[in-house]
Design a protein. Sequence first.
Length: 301
Amino acid sequence: MEVTLKDLIIMIELDFQKILKSSSGEMILDIKLDLEQRKLVTLYGKSGAGKTTLLLILAGLLSPEKGIVKVGNEIWTDRANNIQLAAQKRNVGFVFQEYALFPNMTVRENLVFALGKGQSDKIVDHLVEIIDLGQLQDRNPGTLSGGQKQRVALARALVKKPSILLLDEPLSALDHEMRTKLQSYILEVHNEFKLTTILISHDVSEIIRLSDFLVEMDQGKIIRQGVPSEIFTNDRVNAKFQFTGEVIRMVKQDFIVIVTVLIGKNLVKVIANDKEAENLYVGDRVMIASKAFNPIIHKIS
């Protein structure tokens, strides 16, 4: 029997349909997707596209009308054969937008409470260290900032050492500085625990920084998938560095246009020719890349 590359790579296979109801009527979530494990994958698309429902079905918190969910050689859902592995038996950690921490417990007690039966609390010490919770562990959630609570929620999701981490817009309510710090924590734990991480995000710069693979959804269907930088620029960029930002000013001088881009808290000026600038407007999201020492600018679609 011929062995393919897909047979050698541990995959997550999603092939299911789910009827979703909203104020605008019914929509069918129709997903057929293969994901390589130990990658950081982002789900991207308009609100109501079905991204959160996809995560809930993978986690076992919802069941599709028909189809399968397969992780490696394990069948987690198979509606045709009446298989629906309980959520608590799936090796999944889930971080929602809401922190859902126990208010009457300290940070450390919240983490210890998440331990499995007979599980050593050494993992709690390790998470306190790598997610920088040492000075917070004896405080109650009510005394913490939003960013601090999100770090605790992230640590709690990792206590049982899941193989899959699901993140439903965990950074959307945070300011830029805190968001950047938490992105670093997510990358660190993703690599430290060799996770398959599936993140929902609407922030293009966040997606490009974090993701190995992008899945774009619209109206319950997958419309594009691939490397984020290639999808957002509609072509392939081979560059020494890439940053994303927002166009805040454009000034035409003779045959060139000086484009000022806000990247984080920094302003960067890039010289663009008329062709590069013709479809650019103030407020556009763009990627700045360096190619052979010449900065180039790409509008993000």
